[in-house]
Design a protein around this ligand. Structure first.
Ligand code: S3P
Length: 189
């Protein structure tokens, strides 16, 4: 569902927070702002924030780029699924996932079973502008970022669309997306 922006009052936020009994799992393309938005959302709701990619890096003692380089994407996806399974068992929280996580059928099934998936979406131009700020994403190396982002978005959209909640995170401030998420969760719960 897509909803217009409105700021929730503190008491509305508290009442949404009191209803959340599972992790909120942010899914969607790289560059959409899952980590930044997730951190703000968790703070407002008084929930812990977990970044799945950071947890994978901690567990492996390697960066995501190094895991791809040394062991390949399949190995990364395996570790990603195990880390997300652990985070999903940790009680209510906000979890930001890497862009490919919800596209993997097993990981998606785990998220459906134990969390509430929120798809953050943006247009390709906004994603490309945002991913251009960092050079840490292995899937963008060795190609034209605009072409790769557009292709991955088209390939992945049907998986992301399985999330029960969809929120646009366009070029505006991330605070607006946070408000939209709160409102969408309030309407959905
Ligand atoms: C990936 C996105 C990255 C990271 C890895 C693979 C993807 O996370 O998990 O580079 O497949 O889209 P972000 O979405 O946080 O950039």
């Amino acid at each position: 569902m897509t909803i217009e922006t409105r700021s929730l009052s503190d008491s509305e936020i508290r009442s949404v927070a009191s209803l959340i009994d599972r992790p909120l799992v942010l899914v969607g393309m790289m560059g959409v702002g899952k980590s930044t938005i997730g951190r703000k959302l968790a703070h407002l709701l008084g929930l812990p924030f977990r970044d799945a990619d950071d947890e994978i890096e901690k567990a492996a003692q390697l960066s995501v780029a190094e895991i791809f380089e040394r062991f390949g994407e399949e190995h990364f996806r395996d570790g990603e699924r195990r880390v997300i399974a652990r985070l999903l068992d940790g009680g209510p929280s906000v979890i930001a996932t890497g862009g490919g996580a919800f596209v993997q059928p097993d990981t998606r099934a785990l998220i459906h079973a134990k969390g509430i998936a929120v798809w953050l979406d943006s247009d390709v131009a906004t994603l490309v502008e945002r991913v251009g700020r960092k050079d840490s994403r292995p899937l963008l190396r060795g190609g034209d970022p605009k072409e790769i982002v557009a292709r991955l978005k088209a390939e992945r959209e049907s998986a992301y669309a399985e999330a029960p909640i969809k929120v646009m995170s366009d070029a505006g401030p991330h605070g607006e997306a946070v408000n939209r998420i709160l409102q969408a969760i309030a309407a959905w719960l």
